[in-house]
Design a protein around this ligand. Structure first.
Ligand code: CO
Length: 139
């Protein structure tokens, strides 16, 4: 039985960047964050990503990968990059997806494996105050 609020913790904030190495340099050398993960390509989602690990959660740096990357459109509007999505954990992605559909939300994809190796869905920002929301099954 899902409780009324089924959201778990905020897992990460996704930040789209035109150059992931420049972004890593910023977080490392200006903000002084250590242990940022080496960029990894995720062709199925059209992104190259790195995690900036903080005690409160992560910043997920995402650079477009491939011609059909969904990040190109975002960067064409925000050439310097910017905040792209926020991600909340849920216990069961299929139940969460069904619940969102029941409530009239547009769920943009069937559950698929995300950068953290667990299933994710995205909710249309037009239904959520302009914020692209990622729901991610708790790792
Ligand atoms: Co994400």
């Amino acid at each position: 039985m899902m409780s009324k609020s089924f959201l778990g913790p905020l897992n990460h904030v996704g930040v789209a960047v035109p150059d992931i190495y420049k972004a890593i340099d910023f977080y490392e050398n200006i903000l002084g964050v250590e242990g940022i993960t080496t960029p990894i390509d995720l062709p199925s989602q059209g992104v190259t990503y790195s995690f900036v690990n903080l005690s409160s959660g992560q910043v997920e740096l995402i650079q477009p990968y491939g011609e059909n990357s969904p990040i190109h459109k975002f960067l064409s509007k925000n050439p310097k990059g910017g905040q792209h999505h926020i991600c909340f954990e849920v216990a069961d992605i299929h139940k969460a997806s069904d619940k969102m559909k029941e409530k009239g939300m547009r769920v943009l994809n069937e559950p698929r494996i995300g950068a953290h190796g667990t299933l994710v869905v995205f909710l249309h920002p037009g239904d959520s105050g302009g914020v692209l929301i990622e729901l991610m099954e708790t790792p």
